[in-house]
Write a new protein. Structure first.
Ligand code: DGL
Length: 273
């Protein structure tokens, strides 16, 4: 057993949907959530840049004494998960494998849709994970880059968001998928709208829930779950503006968010003469 906190990180606010589910499923666990708000969005950035950001963040979390890391960002999971697993001597859970596993178990037709940021979709990480879980599956992928700013704007059921969703999801719907993976931290907030556009024949897979469930098993497997009488604390840390994170983050977290701290996680680069 271990009372050390679990480190959770995301490019910004969206990963709070994962933190929220972890708090619900693992009420005895303490957490440190790091939102890299100074460098968000990760979605359009190169794999190398996202890997460097992710390394800097997990190094910071390690120094804070976390016992496990949850990569709550789909784009960071897509580009950096294997490298982070090599780097850290502790369990590292990403959001893609749990989501793909749930999709494979849920689909009846073997036709699965995946939506995510440009980086997540172009990495092919969901496709590879789904092909492992469900060989022969028909996979239909679509990058939906405008969803992130629309969610950040709070336009969860706005007509503009609906028009964008109709456009993005037309091909996925036409392909007859019976399962759609919401492969981005922000998309669970659009669940009602996406569900409406896709129709009732499509099950939406929320990676946040699947990831929290995977974490339960990982902590047990490694014998590092917190004891039932552990004192629970939740720290929230950002690399940029605190006020906006507290205001918008409360929507993602589903409860008031206060006491957020600011840190600089960037590695110091020393240029040799
Ligand atoms: N957190 C990112 C993800 O899940 C979405 C926001 C971003 O582009 O950084 O892919």
């Amino acid at each position: 057993m271990s009372s050390a906190p679990i480190g959770i990180f995301d490019s910004g606010i969206g990963g709070l949907t994962v933190a929220r589910t972890i708090h619900e499923l693992l009420p005895n666990e303490s957490t440190i959530y790091l939102g890299d708000t100074a460098r968000v969005p990760y979605g359009p950035k190169s794999p190398e840049t996202v890997q460097r950001y992710s390394r800097e963040i997990v190094d910071w979390l390690s120094r804070e004494g976390v016992k496990a890391v949850v990569v709550a960002c789909n784009t960071a999971t897509a580009h950096a998960l294997p490298a982070l697993r090599e780097r850290l001597a502790m369990p590292v859970v990403g959001v893609i494998e749990p989501g793909a596993r749930a999709a494979a178990l849920t689909t009846a037709r073997g036709t699965v849709g995946v939506i995510g940021t440009a980086g997540t979709i172009s990495s092919g990480a969901y496709r590879r994970a789904l092909e492992l879980e469900l060989p022969g599956a028909r996979i239909v992928e679509r990058a939906c880059p405008l969803f992130v700013p629309l969610v950040e704007e709070g336009w969860l059921s706005h007509p503009a968001t609906r028009a964008v969703a109709e456009e993005y999801l037309a091909d996925v719907r036409a392909a007859g998928v019976d399962v759609l993976v919401l492969g981005c931290t922000h998309y669970p907030l659009l669940k009602p709208l996406i569900g409406d556009v896709m129709g009732c024949g499509t099950v939406l897979i929320d990676s946040a829930y699947e990831t929290a469930r995977e974490l339960v098993g990982v902590l047990q497997h490694h014998g590092i779950a917190a004891s039932p009488d552990a004192v629970v604390t939740h720290r929230y840390v950002v690399t940029d503006d605190i006020e906006r994170f507290e205001r918008v983050g409360a929507v993602f977290l589903g409860k008031p968010l206060t006491g957020v701290e600011h840190v600089n996680v960037e590695a110091v680069v020393i240029n040799a003469p």
